[in-house]
Design a protein around this ligand. Structure first.
Ligand code: SF4
Length: 398
């Protein structure tokens, strides 16, 4: 029997240093710090990762997602050298190691173009389209430069996806945002504003959960009305979950953090966290520059993070009718906003469930779900499943 490949992503904070001062940035207090992970530290990190994943019985795909600050402030040579290190250290996994970068795309020399074309396997561009919050130190909006550079990438046939942070300031333009990406056939992720670097950082552009819910439902409607389907994350994941929910005898999905953790974050100093607990010193799993991955995975801190995630799933998801189609990942990895956690640590999963229900209603209206039989109408489903299969997914969790 063929063993399924499992994927793990390492979000690497190469440096916090940045040429922008986006007003919502959760790294805001460290954006002037030039400290970067050295090539020697990267080498140690790869060795620790390789020694663990190469021993597993099933095949593994490892993705490094380079993050900052602005990761392209490190020289292109830094990345070429580290890709060489990867080639040597992960020789046995060749083809199963990929690298993506999440950039503000304000710097785009010929060397960067070459790096984005031939070095990285994926490029994510951060751009909000409305709101003017992505500014430099002189408080000048970076957007004009970014849009020009996006055009240059398109001229160079370099594929990229975008991440748009949803705030009160671009919320009224959700339709325009969708149309912008749709007209250019660019996949995008809508990332609701989350906790900042200090109290009061988000005053004036904070959003609440109802705002996010409304935006997501509007995007679902736009997506369903559109002839030109672009991948909008996380909505395509939600749509797939509803299709799964109405497919008889489908094997359920449950997020099992103990069995497989799919995303880790590595800070500039090598400290490694689960994505849910980023920078929470109580849940730091250890240091990947100095410690073997196996020790980290089996270590007390990691086991504590696993137990906390399991508890969240048990107290929140087991009574949810979508559990098994939704794996519980949003609750386990805390993509639920803090204001929906009560004093006992119980989570009220409002947004996910409401969006799933909205999609369910829209698919019933479209004749794709037969509510009487409680299953999918395969005739109507044809075009939708083809469209879902045709659109590339957006893997970056951030
Ligand atoms: S919708 Fe929310 S409560 Fe239901 S399974 Fe998913 S994360 Fe858990």
């Amino acid at each position: 029997m063929e063993t399924k490949t499992k994927k793990v992503q390492f979000v690497i904070k190469s440096s916090k240093f940045c040429n922008l001062r986006c007003r919502y940035c959760y790294e805001f207090l460290e954006l002037g710090n030039r400290e970067a992970i050295t090539l020697d530290q990267l080498k140690q990190m790869y060795k620790h990762i390789a020694s663990y994943y190469l021993k597993l019985e099933h095949p593994v795909e490892i993705e490094f997602i380079w993050h900052g600050g602005e990761p392209l402030l490190q020289t292109p040579d830094y990345y070429w050298q580290t890709f060489d290190q990867q080639q040597q250290i992960f020789a046995e996994l060749r083809g199963n190691i990929t690298n993506s970068v999440q950039t503000n795309l304000t710097l785009l020399s010929k060397k960067h173009i070459q790096l984005l074309r031939s070095g990285f396997d994926g490029v994510g561009v951060s751009v909000d389209l409305f709101g003017g919050l992505r500014v430099n130190q002189a408080n000048t909006d970076s957007q004009k430069i970014v849009l020009n550079n996006m055009n240059r990438l398109r001229e160079e046939n370099i594929l990229f996806a975008c991440i748009t942070v949803l705030t009160k300031l671009n919320l009224p333009y959700i339709r325009e945002i969708y149309k912008f990406y749709e007209s250019r056939n660019i996949s995008f992720r809508i990332l609701p504003l989350f906790k900042g670097a200090f109290d009061g950082q988000h005053t004036g552009f904070e959003i609440d959960d109802n705002d996010v819910l409304k935006a997501f439902c509007t995007l679902v409607d736009l997506w369903m009305e559109s002839d030109q389907l672009v991948a909008v994350s996380p909505l395509i994941e939600y749509i797939a979950q509803i299709l799964h929910y109405y497919t008889p005898n489908c094997e359920p999905y449950f997020y099992n953090k103990l069995e497989w953790e799919s995303v880790y974050l590595v800070n500039v100093n090598g400290d490694i966290y689960s994505y849910a607990d980023a920078y929470n010193s109580n849940f730091c799993h250890g240091n990947l520059f100095t410690t073997a991955m196996e020790e980290i995975v089996l270590g007390i801190a990691h086991q504590k993070a696993i137990a906390a995630a399991e508890e969240r799933i048990i107290s929140t998801c087991t009574s949810c009718r979508f559990f098994g189609s939704c794996s519980g990942y949003p609750v386990a990895e805390l993509s639920i906003p803090n204001n929906q956690i009560d004093k006992q640590g119980r989570i009220y999963c409002h947004r996910e469930k409401e969006v799933l229900q909205h999609i369910e209603i829209r698919l019933i209206q479209a004749g794709i779900i037969d509510p009487i039989k409680g299953s999918l109408n395969n005739m109507e489903l044809g075009s939708l499943s083809k469209s879902l299969a045709a659109i590339p997914t957006l893997d970056s969790p951030v």
